[in-house]
Design a protein around this ligand. Structure first.
Ligand SMILES: Cc1ncc(COP(=O)(O)O)c(C=O)c1O
Length: 477
């Protein structure tokens, strides 16, 4: 490979991220094509006058994201992600047997001493002062005319700030015209499923296990759900292909609830599947801001923005109460989503949108995330260590990320009985069984899903001790 041009701004820092961004842009523009062999990390480091570790980090990141393929003896090459041609193949008949998924997700009463119910960030850490400042700044500058019904796709300043943020932090292909503001991931999904139905889709493939909260919402829209097994590499794409579905909902950065990351090979298979069936991938990026052991893997949408809709929100990063989220969609679909909002609810609250735009612009969001990442990492480590001590026969699955842990209990444990004993001692947690489809729940290892974001380390240690007792009491005599 000869004319590799990777501009670096040495004053801006994060050289590995800059190199990765340069490669992504070169692949997207077609400047680097599938199969192209890349220089060795040593050679590229010498050319760019950076340390070899910087290039290795960039190569590892791009391999994890599916842009590169590394094979022993063959070096590193650009993955086969070349643009598909325009002739879409006939879609397969989509009519799998209906397979119901569980349908309730009722949080426990508030006031439980050790509340490990998953999916909630640390609400006590909401940056009230900075949010007030952002709201005040927004209100001071907002022209009165803006207080009318908004653009149903979201106010321009927020779409612009989000496009910049998602491009920078999630390696998304996001310009303001692709961004549609929604009231959270849930709202984005509901709307998209209705558009899919209008396009003739009858089935949506979902991960198995999956977030039970979304199931009734998706079913209410009238789409049939086809559960697809998840293993340690994420969604089983061969099984997905057998469902006949042409749309799938996935959590590639941190599968909910198992916590695994979609492997580079599976990412490539999933994109290839979407192209083969002329399909659509709905990427739920619900907690991707929080990865503790390395840089987060860039979003799948950045690999093929014509086949993937990226969905995200501030529910895990700030607070679910804001009900602010986004969809980043191919332009034609973004237009339809915007129209859908125009036909259904006339758009999101304007002052909150301007406040979030200001919060992003001023760097407040980045600062808050840095603080929360440190805090959550310490909490996750404390809980994982305490579980190893008090529940040595249990296994924490998944990567170091997010705000929940998936803990497999010793085989033979009765999940419900453990939960009941834990509740009696003041610990609330979610069982994993209801997150599996009925067909697989019986064989799924007993497991708990523990949200650790809201408890200080010492409380997490105590909660782990009580959980340990709840498990051992059931296995003794
Ligand atoms: C995996 C997953 N995706 C999406 C959502 C919904 O998030 P939002 O508040 O953005 O609608 C949740 C909520 O708990 C979730 O757990």
């Amino acid at each position: 490979m000869t004319d590799l041009h990777l501009p670096l701004d040495r004053g801006a820092g994060r050289l590995a991220a800059q190199i990765a961004a340069g490669f992504r842009a070169a692949v997207r523009s077609g400047r680097l094509t599938a199969g192209t062999r890349l220089p060795s990390s040593r050679d590229l480091a010498r050319d760019l006058q950076v340390s070899r570790g910087v290039v290795v980090a960039a190569y590892e990141q791009l391999t994890a994201e599916g842009f590169f393929i590394a094979r022993r003896g063959d070096g590193t090459r650009i993955a086969p992600l070349a643009r598909p041609d325009d002739t879409a193949p006939e879609p397969p008949a989509a009519d799998p047997a209906p397979a119901a998924l569980p349908s309730c997700d009722i949080p426990p009463d508030p006031g439980v001493p050790y509340d490990l119910w998953p999916s909630q960030p640390d609400l006590s850490a909401f940056p009230r002062e900075r949010w007030i400042a952002a709201t005040r700044a927004a209100l001071r500058t907002l022209p009165s005319e803006e207080l009318t019904y908004p653009d149903p796709g979201g106010v321009r300043p927020l779409r612009t700030e989000l496009a910049g943020y998602l491009g920078r932090v999630r390696a998304a292909v996001a310009e303001p015209g692709r961004v549609v503001i929604m009231n959270g991931v849930a709202h984005g999904l509901s709307a998209l499923v209705r558009l899919l139905l209008a396009d003739g889709h009858r089935v949506l493939a979902v991960e198995d296990p999956t977030s039970v909260r979304q199931v009734p919402m998706l079913e209410a829209a009238g789409i049939r759900l086809a559960p697809v097994p998840v293993d340690r590499d994420g969604l089983d794409v061969a099984a997905l292909a057998r469902t006949g579905a042409r749309a799938v909902l996935v959590t590639p950065a941190h599968q909910y609830p198992t916590g695994v990351v979609l492997s580079p090979a599976r990412r490539a298979e999933l994109i290839a599947w979407a192209r083969d069936v002329d399909g659509l991938i709905l990427e739920d990026d619900y907690d991707a801001e929080f990865r503790y052991d390395r840089e987060p893997v860039g979003c799948l949408q950045g690999v093929d923005p014509d086949r993937v809709v990226l969905l995200g929100s501030v529910s895990k990063s700030l607070a679910p109460a804001l009900r602010l989220g986004w969809a980043v969609a191919p332009p034609a679909l973004a237009t339809r989503l915007r129209e859908h909002r125009g036909h259904t609810d006339l758009g999101a609250p304007v002052i909150e949108q301007y406040a979030l735009a200001e919060f992003l612009r001023s760097g407040g969001y980045d600062r808050h995330l840095r603080t929360m990442r440190r805090r959550y990492r310490a909490r996750r480590d404390a809980l994982a260590e305490a579980l190893a001590a008090f529940l040595p026969r249990a296994a924490v699955r998944g990567v170091s990320a997010g705000i929940h842990l998936y803990v497999e209990l010793p085989s033979g444990c009765d999940e419900d009985a453990v939960l009941a004993r834990a509740a009696a001692s003041g610990v609330s947690a979610a069982g994993a069984r209801e997150m599996w489809s009925p067909g697989r729940a019986a064989d799924a290892p007993p497991a708990l899903v523990l949200g650790y974001a809201r408890l200080a380390e010492n409380h997490l240690v105590k909660a782990a001790e009580l959980l340990g007792k709840a498990v051992t009491e059931g296995t003794e005599g």
